[in-house]
Each structure stands twice: as C-alpha cells, then as structure tokens.
Write a protein that binds this ligand. Structure first.
Ligand code: HEC
Length: 112
C-alpha cells in the first residue's frame, strides 16, 4: 500500500516537472530584446556570432544563461563587453532572454 502511494506521488511529481517550464521567461519579449541588442554580436538565434570568441547561445540551457547574465551583472564573471551589456538588464529581461535563447535550435556541440 505504502509503496504504491509513493509510486503514484513520484509519477505525479514527474508529470508536474515536465509540464512546468524551468523558468517563467517570456520567449516573445526575449526575442524582441535580443533582436534589438544581442543579435549584433551573437547573431540570429544566437547561432551566428560575429567572431569565433563570441559564444553561441541558441539552445543553451535557460538556467545557464540566467546565471551567466547575473554573474556578468554582479561582476562575479568578468568581461568588459558582457559586463556592460548585463548592467543594463533587469531580472525580468534576463529571464525573458534566457527563455528565448533556450527555445532556439542549437548548434552547440559536445566535444568529448
Ligand atoms: C558587443 C558584443 C556583444 C553584445 C551586444 C552582447 N554580447 Fe553576450 N557575449 C559577448 C562576448 C564577447 C561574450 C564572451 C565573454 C566571455 O568570455 O565571458 C559573450 C558572452 C555571453 C554569454 C555567456 C555565454 C557562455 O557560453 O558562457 C551570454 C549568456 C551572453 N553573452 C548573452 C548576451 C545577451 C542576452 C545579450 C543581449 C542583451 C548579449 N549577450 C549581448 C559579446 C556580446
């Protein structure tokens, strides 16, 4: 009895996890902001950066993008270009941008 109870709880929890997006970012709002600002360096969909040292963002995990942008903003991750970019972003914009880039097709590759 007890076992079945836990089992169905786990199934319910898994269903919830699948249904709920990890972040509440708004893809359309993120796309608007991205095409006004970020596309200039990271390219369309974040997939065609203007220089090889500019990272691709398309299909990156949303939580990774959120963390990267927060770290640039706080100075925990130092980069003169992205530090300046992130300073101008609100928390809402960071989540929207992350949702947008995570929703794009990826050209990221696992090299190992
Ligand atoms: C002027 C060019 C430029 C613009 C505009 C720009 N970026 Fe960047 N971005 C870079 C560069 C260069 C790096 C690599 C910095 C580093 O090495 O940490 C980077 C890194 C990043 C990273 C970290 C990626 C990783 O794999 O760790 C994220 C996320 C990011 N940018 C998001 C954005 C977003 C969102 C915008 C728009 C608000 C934006 N960038 C605008 C040049 C730019």
């Amino acid at each position: 009895m007890k076992r079945a109870g836990i089992g169905s709880l786990l199934v319910a929890a898994a269903a919830l996890a699948l249904a709920a997006p990890a972040f509440a970012g708004d893809v359309a709002a993120g796309e608007k902001k991205a095409s006004a600002v970020c596309t200039a360096c990271h390219g369309p969909d974040g997939n065609k950066p203007i220089a090889p040292e500019y990272p691709k963002l398309g299909g990156q995990y949303a939580d990774y993008i959120v963390k990267a942008l927060r770290d640039y903003r706080s100075g925990a991750r130092k980069n003169p270009i992205m530090g300046g970019q992130a300073q101008a972003l609100t928390e809402r914009e960071i989540e929207d941008l992350a949702a947008y880039y995570a929703s794009r097709p990826t050209t990221l590759a696992d090299k190992r």
